[in-house]
Design a protein around this ligand. Structure first.
Ligand code: FE
Length: 245
């Protein structure tokens, strides 16, 4: 799918980059937020998409204007190419504190380690050229150290692996009931337990959300579908809930 704009006004743009995943690779979305000409890239993906994603990013933002990269958790589809991204840009990376000592095993040089900001367990607020973008704690959804980014200007919640769907051919969900089949298997296996989904639903209830943008699969757009998603996950048994002898 080609690059698309999820939100746009005079000084703020939210872009979903073209999908460069192929073959056996899990499909992954790379999102960019640009505010007053400065950018943040979310979950940039692994080695195989790195050079293409870099080229595509440079068509929407000069690389010198990339201020930040968010690595929401430690999975290879997110941080495998961290060294490359941090070498060729001046961006600061944000990575959960929990995973800091693991990232060097992906070949991240000591030199660029100083460009990585550890995210404390409670989260923090990123300032992108004056736009305040909170990182919300989303531990165990699925990773034990994991964050979601809320963009209050675009009203988009970037949920990482939560809301991930696999196997559908569309980019935006139109029929939520029909879409459940593409999310169910992943959530039941990867999310730790229903308890954490209920806590997440409580946390996001006060937020004004127009779009839920996961790292894999289709985007859940419109308040009604967003609420349906929140309702659905709250009631979903998964992970430990399903384990028997
Ligand atoms: Fe993951």
């Amino acid at each position: 799918m080609p690059t698309q704009v999820l939100f746009e006004n005079a000084e703020h743009r939210n872009i979903l980059l073209e999908d460069f995943t192929s073959g056996q690779m899990v499909q992954a979305n790379q999102h960019v937020i640009i505010h007053k000409g400065r950018g943040i890239l979310l979950d940039p993906g692994g080695h195989k998409v790195y050079s293409k994603a870099l080229d595509e990013l440079s068509t929407v933002l000069p690389l010198g204007a990339l201020d930040y990269i968010l690595f929401s958790h430690q999975d290879p589809d997110i941080i495998a190419a961290a060294n490359g991204w941090l070498m060729v840009t001046n961006a600061k990376g944000f990575l959960p504190q929990l995973w800091i000592r693991f990232i060097t095993h992906f070949g991240v040089d000591e030199l660029v380690m100083e460009n990585i900001v550890p995210i404390p367990d409670g989260g923090l607020v990123i300032d992108l050229a004056g736009a305040r973008l909170p990182l919300l704690p989303a531990h165990f959804l699925h990773s034990a150290g994991n964050f979601q980014l809320y963009d209050p200007l675009a009203k988009i919640l970037y949920t990482g692996d939560l809301g991930a769907s696999l196997g559908q051919t569309y980019v935006t969900v139109t029929n939520f009931d029909d879409h459940i089949q593409y999310m169910e298997g992943f959530h039941r296996r990867y999310i730790a337990s229903n308890k954490v989904l209920k806590l997440w639903a409580q946390m996001v209830a006060p937020l004004d959300i127009e779009i839920i943008a996961p790292q894999h699969g289709a985007i859940i757009a419109g308040k009604e579908n967003v609420q349906r998603f929140i309702q659905w996950v709250q009631g979903l048994a998964c992970g430990l809930d399903l384990l028997e002898d």
